[in-house]
Design a protein around this ligand. Structure first.
Ligand code: NOJ
Ligand code: MG
Length: 523
């Protein structure tokens, strides 16, 4: 393969997200760590993925569980050491996998030395590394903006008599990317990991990178029907997806391009299709993969899902490569949203649509949201805005490796309660041909064997209130997919030879079984 081809490994690759606190604990403190990840890499090799993205493991006070970074170029002792990281990276590469880290550009921790300096006085050289503003003439915060986790985005600093901006928690002050020194320091942090051999980054909450407080209040979102005081009750007209964000994204991509094998950038920016599509960049000089969260928010209904697939396919700029996501550490598990019966259909969808899939750890087992008793809640979003279903602990519960105490995840007390139902662990699913784990392996094997699935064109064939059918075509080879979103048997409208069925019978013909997903080779 030529270098240029190789640099596009992610077009045929499958990404697997590791939430490091919950993957594997090596030292018995109940919290997953880097050595734990290394000890379980063979699970990922057998699964058949190509790249791992690890959520933040940098030094952090952990107020937002690592998304509050106090040092961008080190490892938090909770997760291990720099030597552990180096070993993990080598082990990942030795298995032919890629490693993506998580870059958190829009805010640091309020404990980061940069912010400590910035808040120390108005004339500190790093004052402008963060976003400081005076109160309104009559007093009070500069704008009405609401932070993502509730409350004003402005935090009063008594010491220097100004407000600082934070898009999430007050402990996550917004970094000012308009300041050239701050910008250079952040890009240096990216370079630090690239130079060590990291293959790319998932870039956190990037739509918040260049807020414009000068433009004033955000307008009320008249369509909002959710809880009062929620960030979505205002339209983020001046705070998110600002035009200047794209300068930041282009700078990151320019850096990624300086390496012989270009680094991969996956961008996290929730929004409407027209909003997140922009992150490809006007000249495709932005992120290679701006996350497509359409299915993470969608109602599980075939007509709605088919409509989203068509809308996204139609909106993609020329030359842009698609991607799909069903779950992550911020959203309810797919098996909970779609119902456990539909989890296999959802997996079939994710792994046969056109574009790079990202699998959230545990979805390969069909993990569901775990109920968190009130006294075990730790997510600040749930703590700030309780009882509204916003908390993220349920999808962050540790993965179970076996049926033993601590689920083979830890010899200690897991940091969140675990789902200990028999069958929801790796060992139990290993030997069961009908398990979700083996279903994922079969699907990933099929995907790899079928260029039409990896790279073929996409076309919707039909959809009704129960069944969604589409095809993938490459060099005359046609692969059809039929997904039964209902729990009743339905007629199968695609002929052809069966290649895969969620029922476990990969030669199955005739009607679709309840909750069946089937992949066929069309004549
Ligand atoms: C998105 C991350 O996925 C989420 O976990 C985090 O709380 C926010 N960004 C803030 O960094
Ligand atoms: Mg540990």
């Amino acid at each position: 393969m030529s270098d240029a081809k190789n640099a596009e490994w992610w077009k045929t690759g499958v990404i697997y997200q590791i939430y490091p606190r919950s993957f594997m604990d090596s030292d018995g403190d109940g919290i997953g760590d880097l050595a734990g990840i290394e000890s379980r890499l063979d699970h990922l090799v057998r699964l058949g993925i190509d790249a791992i993205w690890i959520s933040p493991f940098y030094p952090s006070p952990m107020v937002d569980f690592g998304y509050d970074v106090s040092d961008y170029t080190d490892v938090d002792p909770l997760f291990g050491t720099m030597a552990d990281f180096e070993r993990l990276l080598a082990a990942v590469h030795a298995r032919g996998l890629k490693l993506l880290l998580d870059f958190v550009p829009c805010h640091s921790s309020d404990r980061h030395p940069w912010f400590l300096e910035s808040r120390s006085s108005r004339d500190n050289p790093k004052r402008d590394w963060y976003v400081w503003r005076d109160p309104l003439p009559g007093g009070g915060p500069p704008t009405n903006w609401i932070a993502e986790f509730g409350g004003s985005t402005w935090e009063w600093d008594e010491g220097t008599g100004q407000y600082y901006l934070h898009s999430f928690l007050p402990e996550q002050p917004t970094i000012n990317w308009r300041n050239p020194q701050a910008r250079a320091a952040m890009l240096d942090a990216m370079r630090f990991w690239f130079d060590r051999g990291v293959d790319g980054f998932r870039v956190d909450a990037v739509d918040h990178a260049a807020p414009n407080p000068e433009r004033g209040d955000n307008p009320v979102n008249a369509a909002w029907e959710g809880p009062e005081g929620h960030t979505m009750s205002l339209l983020a007209a001046h705070s998110r997806h600002q035009p200047e964000v794209f300068d930041v994204v282009r700078d990151m991509r320019a850096l990624a391009r300086t390496y012989p094998e270009e680094k991969l950038l996956v961008g996290e920016a929730y929004g409407e299709i027209r909003e997140f599509i922009e992150y490809y960049g006007a000249e495709l000089d932005g992120f290679q993969l701006p996350f497509n969260f359409l299915l993470i928010n969608a109602e599980w209904n075939p007509v709605i899902v088919a409509g989203l697939v068509d809308a996204y396919e139609a909106a993609l700029p020329e030359g842009a490569w698609p991607n799909w996501v069903l779950g992550n550490h911020d959203r309810a598990r797919i098996a909970t949203r779609a119902g456990p019966g539909q989890a296999a259909v959802a997996a079939t969808l994710l792994l046969t649509l056109r574009g790079t899939p990202t699998i959230y750890q545990g979805d390969e087992l069909g993990m569901e949201n775990v109920e968190i008793p009130a006294d075990r809640v730790v997510d600040p979003w749930e703590i700030n805005m309780p009882g509204q279903g916003l908390g993220r602990d349920p999808e962050r519960a540790p993965l179970a490796w076996d049926a033993g105490a601590g689920g083979g995840f830890t010899t200690g007390e897991p940091w969140l309660p675990m789902d200990t139902r028999p069958g929801l662990n790796v060992a139990a699913q290993e030997g069961d041909p009908a398990s979700m784990l083996n279903l994922h392996r079969r699907l990933l094997r099929l995907r790899r064997a079928e260029p039409a699935l990896m790279q073929g064109d996409y076309r919707t064939l039909s959809v009704d209130d129960a069944v969604f059918c589409y095809e993938r075509v490459r060099n005359g080879r046609r692969i059809g997919v039929a997904l039964n979103f209902s729990d009743r048997a339905r007629p199968m409208d695609l002929g052809g030879e069966t290649l895969f069925s969620t029922t476990g019978d990969d030669a199955r013909t005739g009607d679709l079984a309840p909750n069946e997903g089937r992949v066929v080779r069309l004549a």
